[in-house]
Ligand binder design. Structure first.
Ligand code: SAM
Length: 268
């Protein structure tokens, strides 16, 4: 049966869904959670593989929910109609979204990048730790029409509930590549575009650089910044001047400002 009514928070389906809050289960199942009808409509429109749709039973007759339900059933997915009590168990928000999806993650590695493309802008995030920052950056990359994000090293998970929530649906449009530091360093010589790193040390004002329309923009970790092995591969190291008492900008803010500075080049 593809549509089930669930009223008990201890139902095994609900237990499986709750396990997806943990990275190890997302990894072992290849599934993640996305909240909100708008996000799920976007995911379906972009052909994401939605394996389960969970919604508050009162939503059943809404035309957009009905359309989504039919699409998911047609692809062999499962529909769970739940009550408020159950919904609160699978949503960590104070104000739970009435619609949640279980989606199959399609991990991408460096082979998914077309290094021969004449125009591209990839944001490289080294050891990023904060899922809110990661989701915000994915959303910003989408907003400026940049190409995608490359996660290098041990990073937070782009499919955690926090990261997915912060992307506001952009996770379904922005390619996110994941690789080790060694694999990234081995791949870099095949990149014939510009490489710009952001750092406060030994760098120039970000307004003094001519940005290419084929760009890798390297951003460092929230605590330790960009490591020497990546700084050493950059054509330019840039900084956003700091005028007050704060010693650096938030990573997502710094990425957004730099992307807007470079925007005109790859849109030209
Ligand atoms: N303590 C770290 C350092 O010394 O680099 C600061 C890390 S900062 C919170 C995180 C990342 O945001 C940096 O690695 C860099 O990529 C970017 N960033 C933050 N503020 C910046 C600024 N004023 N200029 C250039 N990049 C900046």
């Amino acid at each position: 049966m593809t549509v089930k009514q669930i009223t008990s928070p201890t139902n095994p389906h609900i237990k499986d869904i709750k396990s997806l809050f943990l990275r190890k289960y997302r990894k072992s199942t290849g599934l993640f959670l996305a909240e909100g009808l708008r996000n799920l409509l976007e995911a379906a429109a972009l052909d994401a593989d939605i394996r389960q749709l969970i919604y508050l039973q009162d939503m059943r007759d809404r035309p957009d929910v009905a359309t989504l339900r039919e699409q998911i059933i047609a692809r062999g997915g499962l529909i769970l109609e739940v009550n408020q009590d159950v919904l609160e168990k699978i949503s960590r928000k104070d104000n739970p979204q009435a619609v949640i999806g279980v989606i199959r993650h399609q991990p991408k590695d460096l082979s998914a990048i077309d290094a021969t493309a004449s125009k591209a802008c990839w944001v490289v995030l080294e050891h990023i730790h904060d899922p809110g920052n990661l989701g915000t950056i994915i959303r910003t990359v989408d907003s400026v029409g940049a190409t995608g994000v490359i996660l290098v090293g041990q990073t937070c998970d782009p499919t955690s509930v926090e990261a997915v929530r912060a992307t506001m649906g952009s996770l379904f449009t922005v390619p996110v590549i994941q690789c080790s530091v060694d694999n990234f360093l081995a791949w870099l010589p095949g990149w014939d575009g510009q490489i710009i790193g952001t750092t406060l040390q030994d760098s120039v004002d970000f307004r003094s650089v001519a940005y290419s329309n084929k760009l890798l923009l390297m951003m460092g970790n929230e605590q330790s910044g960009l490591p020497p092995e990546l700084r050493g591969r950059c054509h330019h190291l840039i900084r956003l001047p700091m005028a007050g008492r704060a010693d650096s900008l938030n990573l997502a803010v710094a990425t957004g400002i730099t992307l807007y500075a470079a925007l005109h080049s790859w849109q030209a």
